[in-house]
Each structure stands twice: as structure tokens, then as C-alpha cells.
Write a protein that binds this ligand. Structure first.
Ligand code: TXA
Ligand code: MG
Length: 350
């Protein structure tokens, strides 16, 4: 896209004290640095500097109406960016550091560029030692969306970040693969009742148990204006190769997946499939497979999901197929179901 960004030199910084110090210096100087968190890699900039934040949108090709998450070194930093609320305090005390983002009333210290003009701000403290060391070394709140080009699957390795953003950002702090693998759960605690905006790495049941109330469901999709949650963008985590998702009970979805794949092969298509471990032997050896976890082990599938989608997408295929990887209505299965539906070009009810 912009030649200014294409000409930037992207430094690969090691996971050492010096690497973190260099990354912190770049961020303090208004630069763009990708760093690992427990969920996915983030693309950071000084959250208190509008010009630095605008650089994130340019580098990612991200629309300005999609607000960013502000990352803090600890819950005690919250008063720099947001007003606390009783539900917010309870969840921060219980789950930070961790894969939970809280939407709270915004303080004027946070530029409107960060929040897409909203009077709330999304905040989290990541559970990752390098991220926390980096945040601490900057002494700043750091705005960071996932470090992918807009619309691509989130990055779970430094290589994914490099593939999308080389030449467009100042540095990548190389912390190895992330552990959770799907983005944080987002809960709006700015209003009277807490609302789930995005299912993610922290299961909603744990949040409801901690608060003793049910979370309100995500709001319906808006046609224009600020995106309240990525779920409001129809296709968000999409591979470039069209993905067909089969949904429904496993007894029906599994044979349907097998038959859809066979008929695509019969039509001469090059096919890739996202598979559970115990299904890997069901398919023609000509099918490109990426294996994730087991139906009852969604943690493993979450950790591998985005890397698997990127690998299938890079394999030069015509069509991709998948089915739900876990119960879509429970635990981490909700986040997996959400990401798969967002990635899919077509959904078949089996
Ligand atoms: O795990 C994560 O959350 C990762 C890591 C890097 O922390 N970050 C991440 O950011 O997934 P991103 O930009 O991909 O998703 C941020 C989403 C926005 O798309 C928006 O829907 C929601 O957070 N958001 C941000 N500010 C908000 C606000 N004030 N009100 C409602 N939603 C907000
Ligand atoms: Mg993202």
C-alpha cells in the first residue's frame, strides 16, 4: 500500500533484556512494534499519542472505525486510561493478567483515534512475561490490535507477523508461538449489566461464575459507524482460499464433511481440510490436511487454529473445508465457532 510503510526496515528483536529494551525505546519514540501476548501477537504503539496510533491503522490497512485495545503492565495502571466500575473491578481483580478485555468509560487522556470516537475504551493486562516486561519498560499504556493485515487470520508466531507486516512496522519482538491462540474475551462493563462482545480465550462461564450474573449476548450487527466488536464485521479472519464450514451435530457434520471433500476432489479441485486428530485418517491422501485438537480438547485446537488456517491458505489450493471443532455453545468452543464462522465463505447446515 503506502510507499512510506513499504520502505520501512522491520527489525527482528530477540527475546532478551536488550531486545525488550530496544522495543520499548522504539515504542516511546512513537514507533510500531509487534510483540507476543498469551493470545496472539499484538501490534503496539503509544496509546497516548494520536500520531503513533494512526500508524497502526495505516500499517494494518485497518478501518479507522475499528477501535483498539489498550494494554497495561498491571491493573493499578487502569486509572491512567479508564474510569473503573464495580463489575470491571471485580473482573480485573479476578482475571488479570489474562485473556480478558474490559470495555470501560474512557478518560480524556486516551485519544479518540484509539477508541474510534467512542466514549469507552477497551483495556487488558496480558498474561505473558515478555509483554509485561515490555509494557513495564515503556512506562506507557500501549494500544495494540492483532498484528495481522486487516481481514487476515490473527498471528500466533513472529513468522506470521513478518509475512503480513514486513516493511510496514519498526520491529517484531520474537517470543515464539503464543499459547492460547485465539484473541481475548471482550466484556463491556461500562453499563448497568455486563455484556459479552467477543467470545475468546477466557471462557464466558468463568466470568459469569465470578460475577454471579449472566452476561448479555453480543449486540446485533450495525450497518455503519464504530464497530462495537469484530463480530460486527461479516468476514474478519478470512483465508484467501474460500473456506466452507459444515455446522451441526458431529454425527451429521462429520459424514457431510467427508462427502463434500470427496465431491470437490471428483470435480478436480485441489482441497485442504482442517481436521480433528482422530479424523486425520478418514480422508484421501491427496487432501492437504491441517490437524488441530480433539472435540473435547478445544484448548489444543485454539492454540493451532490460526496457524492451521494460514498453512492451508499458503498451500495453493482451490477450496478449504472444516466443521466445528468443539461444542459451539460451550467454553472455548464458542470462540472457535465464532472464528470459524467469520473465516467461512460458505456455511452448510448438516
Ligand atoms: O487478545 C487480544 O485481544 C489481542 C491481543 C493483541 O491483545 N488483540 C486483539 O485486538 O484482538 P483486535 O484489534 O484484533 O480487536 C480489538 C477489538 C475491536 O475490533 C473492537 O471490536 C473491540 O476490540 N473494541 C475495542 N475498543 C472497544 C470499545 N471501546 N467498545 C467496544 N469494543 C471495543
Ligand atoms: Mg484483530
Amino acid at each position: 500500500m503506502s510507499s512510506v510503510y513499504a520502505s520501512r526496515q522491520t527489525r527482528l528483536l530477540p527475546a532478551t533484556r536488550e531486545g525488550i529494551a530496544q522495543a520499548a525505546a522504539l515504542l516511546r519514540a512513537g514507533g510500531l512494534v509487534a510483540f507476543p501476548t498469551e493470545t496472539v501477537y499484538g501490534l503496539g504503539a503509544n496509546a497516548l499519542a494520536a500520531t503513533a496510533v494512526l500508524g497502526i491503522f495505516k500499517a494494518k490497512g485497518r478501518p479507522a472505525e475499528d477501535p483498539l485495545i489498550v494494554h497495561l503492565a498491571g491493573g493499578e495502571q487502569l486509572e491512567r486510561v479508564a474510569r473503573s466500575t464495580p463489575y470491571g473491578d471485580a473482573l480485573a481483580a479476578r482475571f488479570w493478567p489474562g485473556p480478558l478485555t474490559l470495555v470501560l468509560p474512557r478518560l480524556d487522556s486516551v485519544p479518540l483515534e484509539v477508541t474510534a470516537g467512542l466514549d469507552t475504551v477497551a483495556v487488558r493486562v496480558p498474561a505473558h512475561s515478555m509483554a509485561l516486561a515490555l509494557l513495564d519498560a515503556t512506562g506507557l499504556p500501549i494500544a495494540a490490535p492483532s498484528a495481522n493485515l486487516f481481514g487476515r487470520p490473527s498471528p500466533t508466531t513472529p513468522e506470521h507477523v513478518l509475512a503480513d507486516l514486513a516493511g510496514r512496522i519498526d520491529a517484531i519482538l520474537q517470543g515464539g508461538p503464543t499459547t492460547v491462540g485465539v484473541e481475548s474475551t471482550i466484556v463491556d462493563v461500562s453499563g448497568e449489566r455486563p455484556r459479552l462482545l467477543r467470545p475468546g480465550g477466557l471462557v464466558a462461564e468463568a466470568i459469569e461464575d465470578a460475577l454471579g450474573v449472566r452476561l448479555l449476548p453480543p449486540p446485533p450487527r450495525l450497518s455503519a459507524g464504530p464497530q462495537l466488536a469484530p463480530g460486527l464485521l461479516e468476514v474478519h479472519y478470512a483465508p484467501r482460499t474460500p473456506l466452507t464450514l459444515i455446522v451441526g451435530e458431529p454425527q451429521a457434520a462429520r459424514p457431510r464433511l467427508v462427502s463434500e471433500v470427496s465431491s470437490a476432489i471428483a470435480r478436480g479441485r485441489r482441497v485442504g481440510v482442517l481436521l480433528l486428530l482422530d479424523e486425520a485418517d478418514v480422508f484421501d491422501p491427496g487432501v492437504r490436511r491441517e490437524v488441530v485438537g480433539r472435540w473435547n480438547d478445544p484448548e489444543r485446537s485454539a492454540a493451532r487454529l490460526f496457524a492451521a488456517l494460514r498453512a492451508l491458505d499458503a498451500a495453493g489450493l482451490d477450496l478449504l473445508f472444516a466443521r466445528d471443532l468443539a461444542d459451539p455453545n460451550r467454553g472455548l468452543g464458542r470462540a472457535l465457532a465464532d472464528r470459524l464462522r467469520r473465516a467461512a465463505r460458505q456455511i452448510i447446515q448438516s
